[in-house]
Design a protein around this ligand. Structure first.
Ligand SMILES: Nc1ncnc2c1ncn2[C@@H]1O[C@H](COP(=O)(O)OP(=O)(O)OP(=O)(O)O)[C@@H](O)[C@H]1O
Ligand SMILES: [Mg+2]
Length: 371
């Protein structure tokens, strides 16, 4: 188990392009420690790869700092930073065997032959590749090739492992299997890891903590369950998991929550449990536009006219362990989802129904909050 600490301070990257400067990463601050499995998550173009490349020394920094164990990382070359890297493209040498591909990093570090044999043998075994040691990459499956690229990144005992969408080329089933394997190996070796993906389910399932990026900025960092339950913006709530949005107007403020009126005039209480950024909290005042966010599993669907927001049931998807109700609701500009652990008696497709929004389960954002 390592006790390293990586600190990213005010990290900014501006690319000069023919069309003018492009800010790819803007004032990002992060600290990652020990054997943490840390994930950077966000839509395409939000700056994940650029951040990772600056940590690795593959990209220059426009401003800010990267410190590893309090040393200024930017003074070191990529090689000196002793980082293991795994990319979407496996980047293996096709003419070398699995053994030689894995041994590559040790050979350029001039490690003695006997030690190379021992270390490569050990890591290939850890990844279940020992039986394939003499094969060449073109004779391996995608999953096996990706495993070789992970073995190659780990064999020289790096201080940190960086993985940029390593599973993007694999089919869905193999992706699930491999992400579990990556996490197991990462914890076995106790190596700090930064994992980049735009797949929110992947991020939630493997990460100790995750960071949501948008437009080059870090929006929220936390353990997956916390980011899911307490998103700090509409963008995060929409990006992580499924979210329902109900436009509303604040009737009156009530502690950290409020009484709000939905489009149809229905008034509900929202006991927002998310501490809002200060500038947003001041916007939750009588008369202001707001948005109520609630997860599908937090809403209750009942008979029509039972006091909630009126809706029409468009589709019912029986999904085994839960049932998803897809609803048209005048209080929401888009389709509303309600997930129920059981089929709700008396509510079929085409029925009129009513959505109850429990105060404690809903989160209030001000109407102009970032998306
Ligand atoms: N070498 C470059 N020159 C100019 N602009 C660049 C360069 N590399 C990246 N960018 C821009 O910087 C922004 C961030 O790119 P980056 O590759 O970091 O995104 P990403 O989050 O990894 O996206 P994806 O999920 O698609 O891989 C994008 O707008 C991109 O077009
Ligand atoms: Mg990328």
């Amino acid at each position: 188990m390592t006790s390293h600490i990586l600190q990213i301070r005010d990290l900014t990257k501006v690319f000069d392009t023919d069309q003018g400067p492009v800010t790819a990463v803007e004032a990002v601050n992060l600290a990652i420690q020990g054997d943490e499995f840390f994930t950077m998550l966000g839509p395409s173009g939000c700056g994940k790869t650029t951040t990772l490349r600056m940590v690795a020394g593959l990209e220059t920094i426009t401003s800010g700092r990267v410190l590893f164990d309090d040393q200024d990382f930017t003074k070191f070359s990529t090689f000196q930073r002793n980082i293991g890297m795994v990319f979407q493209s496996y980047a293996l040498f096709p003419h070398l065997t699995v053994f030689e591909n894995t041994a590559y990093g040790l050979r350029i570090r001039k490690v003695p032959e006997a030690e190379i044999k021992e270390r490569v043998g050990r890591i290939l075994e850890l990844l279940g590749l020992d039986v394939l040691a003499h094969r060449r990459p073109p004779d391996l499956s995608g999953g096996q090739q990706q495993r070789v690229s992970i073995a190659r990144a780990l064999v020289y005992d790096p201080g940190m492992l960086l993985l940029d969408e390593p599973l993007a080329n694999l089919d869905a089933k193999l992706r699930v299997q491999m992400r579990e394997e990556i996490r197991r190996i990462q914890k076995d070796l106790g190596i700090m890891s930064i994992y980049v993906t735009h797949d929110q389910e992947e991020a939630m399932s493997v990460s100790d903590r995750l960071a949501v990026f948008n437009l080059g900025r870090l929006i929220q960092v936390g353990p997956p369950h916390e980011v899911y339950a307490k998103p700090r913006s509409l963008f995060v709530s929409d990006f992580i998991g499924q979210a329902n949005f109900f436009p509303a107007r604040v009737v009156n403020r009530n502690g950290s929550g409020a009484r709000v009126s939905l489009t149809t005039g229905l008034e509900i209480e929202v006991a927002s449990s998310t501490p809002l950024p200060r500038e947003e909290a001041t916007m939750i005042e009588a008369g202001f536009d707001a948005v109520v966010m609630a997860r599908p599993e937090c809403l209750d669907l009942g008979q029509a006219n039972s006091g909630g927001a009126p809706c029409t049931v468009r589709r019912i998807l029986f999904l085994g362990n839960y049932t998803r109700y897809m609803l048209e609701c005048r209080d929401s500009r888009r389709e509303v989802f309600v997930d129920s652990p059981r089929l709700i008696p008396g509510i079929g497709e085409g029925c009129e129904a009513s959505i109850a929004i429990p105060a404690a389960e809903a989160i209030l954002f001000h109407g102009g909050a970032d998306r």
